[in-house]
Structures are given as structure tokens and as C-alpha cells.
Design a protein around this ligand. Structure first.
Ligand code: EPU
Length: 302
């Protein structure tokens, strides 16, 4: 979708929003898949209510992009524009055991920044790609920890109320790869309370998690992490592996040979290829195990 109306273009400039026309989302997603649309880059949180009023008044459909690391975007000319936050400088501010973090901050860099100042707890998240906002929305977790445990406050744009609000940690429920945020809520910033730990000890935890991840996940390849959620008491990766589906492919979309719940783009896979692979694997697991795998990856196919 393209914003051509000069009045809208002028209003965007007034709001301090950068318009990047004709952006290929394949460049913004870790899968390297996604069609073309206009990208709006937001620098000031305060401009968001006016920006969304402007888009809605002009009937411009929109979506919100985080780090693009858990996302499968459809091909071709996209029927909506995409907004993205630009991280401020600095994007993490510490106050005792509290870390005030912008949603656009890189998750891995945030974990390392806090670790160097003797604040731990998030060692398991070190190899998880993406932004802090994305991790928050999905309640990202690995190696026995999840980000939700450390959340004390969240600043967000609530689409339903059309305004920026602050929620206390206890007002939000964090479950396995699921939160109580509405789908159109936009994460803006978070305050985490992190336990004090000596840097050396945190570093050792990080090293162990990195090693486990390197030995079991296809880190150098284009992927969106795990494609399916683990059903209660079962492992999606193990079931797909047991069915002999490692290496199974639709064009360049392939079930990783290293971890069967990672689907990789080996070259020029399209969203159509990846969706066909997902549907096929889901059907085979359903037939063999009677379990319907739910997507862990977020799909923008509308
Ligand atoms: N397994 C296989 N074959 C495979 C993959 C896994 O047999 O191809 C077996 C493993 O041997 C193990 C079990 O399945 O016994 C579980 O595998 P693993 O320890 O790799 O964990 P997972 O349940 O597949 C989850 C998260 C990962 C996270 C790891 C580490 C989900 C869907 N996945 O994977 O998160 O990194 O634990 O904590 O919850 C993600 O969210 O994108 C993600 C990759």
C-alpha cells in the first residue's frame, strides 16, 4: 500500500514520522520473506495517538512491526502500511535493580547491558533475536525463564482507548508464549526488576545457554525461531523429527535438519512456500499424533 496523498505526507512530516515508501519487508524479517509496502518510522511515542487518528481517518490499514524475528509476512504488494518504533539513545536506563527499556531496544543487547552492570535473570534470552517489545508481547522464554517474570510496568498505546497508558505488572497476565495484551496494543516501553548477580556469574549462565542453543538450533540460517508452540506435555520439534520430516521442503522452505521445529528459508522461499510447508507438517502431525499444532510464529497473511 502506498501513501500518495500530499496532505497525509505533510501531516506525517509534521508529526516527525519518517515515511519510507516501497519498503521490502523481506529485508526486515529474519526469515527474509515478505512483500512491499510503505514503512512509517516513529521517533516520538507522543506522536502515536495523532498518527493513528490520521491513518484511521484516511482509512489506511496498518500493522506494527517489532524486530521481525518471529514473523511470516505474505508476498507481493501488501494491503496495509507498517509502523515501527525507532529506539531512542540511550534505550536502557538503570535505576537500582530497575531497568527502564524502550520497546524498540534490541533484546540481546539489553540483556548484555544489564549483565555488565550486575543485573541478571535474563540469561536464557541471550540468543533470542528481536526487540524487547516483541519479547514482551509474546512473553518470550527459553531455558526455564520468561521475560514476564521481571516485568513491573509497561507503557503502551491502547488502541481501544486510543491513548498511551501505563500498566502495572500485576495487571498483565503472562502465560506460555501468550500475554493479556490486545492484538492492537502497541508496546512502547517496559520497566524490568532484575536480580543483582555478579557479572561473572551471569556470563557463565549466558555461556551455557549459548552452547545449548548452538548445539540444537540452526542459528546461522534464515528462520523465525520455533514455528509451532509446544502442546501441553509434548514437544512439537520431537514429533516432527519422529515423523522423519527433517529436511522436508516446499521449494526453498525447509524443515531444519538441526531442529525440526525451525523452518528455514534456504534461498528464495516465498510466504506461500512457507505456509504450504507449515500446513503440510501440521496435517501430518495431526494424523499421526491427533494433536493440532498452534503457530508460535506470527503470520501476516491478511
Ligand atoms: N527434539 C528432537 N528433535 C528435534 C528437536 C527437538 O527430538 O529436532 C527433542 C529434544 O531432544 C528435546 C525436546 O525435543 O528432548 C525439546 O527440544 P528443545 O530442548 O530444543 O526445546 P523445544 O521445546 O523444541 C523450546 C522453545 C524454544 C527455546 C528452547 C530452549 C517453544 C516452541 N520452543 O524449544 O524457543 O529456545 O525451548 O528453552 O517453546 C522460540 O520460541 O522460537 C524458540 C525456539
Amino acid at each position: 500500500m502506498h501513501i500518495n496523498d500530499p496532505r497525509i505526507v505533510a501531516s506525517l512530516a509534521e508529526l516527525g514520522v519518517e515515511l519510507r515508501a516501497g519498503t521490502k519487508l523481506s529485508q526486515w524479517t529474519s526469515l527474509g520473506i515478505g512483500g512491499t509496502t510503505d514503512l512509517l518510522r516513529i521517533t516520538k511515542h507522543e506522536s502515536i495517538p495523532d498518527l493513528l487518528n490520521l491513518l484511521d481517518a484516511n482509512h489506511i490499514p496498518h500493522k506494527f512491526l517489532g524486530g521481525g524475528s518471529n514473523l511470516l509476512v505474505r508476498d507481493g504488494e501488501l494491503p496495509w502500511i507498517v509502523q515501527q518504533l525507532v529506539p531512542p539513545e540511550p534505550d536502557v536506563v538503570l535505576e537500582g535493580n530497575f531497568a527502564h527499556v524502550d520497546a524498540a531496544a534490541d533484546l540481546g543487547r539489553t540483556v548484555t547491558f544489564c549483565a555488565k552492570r550486575d543485573l541478571g535473570g535474563m540469561e536464557g534470552l541471550i540468543g533470542v533475536p528481536g526487540t524487547v517489545g516483541g519479547a514482551l508481547r509474546m512473553n518470550a522464554g527459553a531455558y526455564g525463564m520468561q521475560i514476564g517474570s521481571y516485568v513491573r510496568e509497561v507503557k503502551l498505546y491502547r488502541a481501544a482507548a486510543r491513548k498511551i497508558e501505563t500498566l502495572r505488572g500485576h495487571q498483565i497476565s503472562f502465560e506460555y508464549r501468550h500475554t493479556s495484551f490486545a492484538p492492537d496494543d502497541m508496546m512502547l516501553a517496559v520497566t524490568l526488576e532484575l536480580p543483582s548477580k555478579p557479572y561473572k556469574q551471569i556470563l557463565e549462565g549466558i555461556r551455557i545457554c549459548n552452547e545449548k542453543r548452538r548445539s540444537s538450533q540452526p542459528l546461522g540460517q534464515k528462520s523465525a525461531g520455533c514455528i509451532f508452540k509446544n502442546p501441553p506435555g509434548a514437544s512439537a520439534g520431537r514429533m516432527i523429527d519422529e515423523l522423519g520430516l527433517k529436511g522436508f521442503s516446499v521449494s526453498d522452505a525447509r524443515v531444519s535438519n538441526r531442529h525440526a521445529n525451525f523452518f528455514v528459508n534456504e534461498g528464495h522461499a516465498s510466504a506461500k512456500d512457507m505456509l504450504a510447508l507449515i500446513a503440510d507438517v501440521r496435517e501430518r502431525v495431526e494424523r499421526a499424533y491427533g494433536m493440532t499444532l498452534e503457530n508460535e510464529v506470527v503470520v501476516w497473511n491478511g
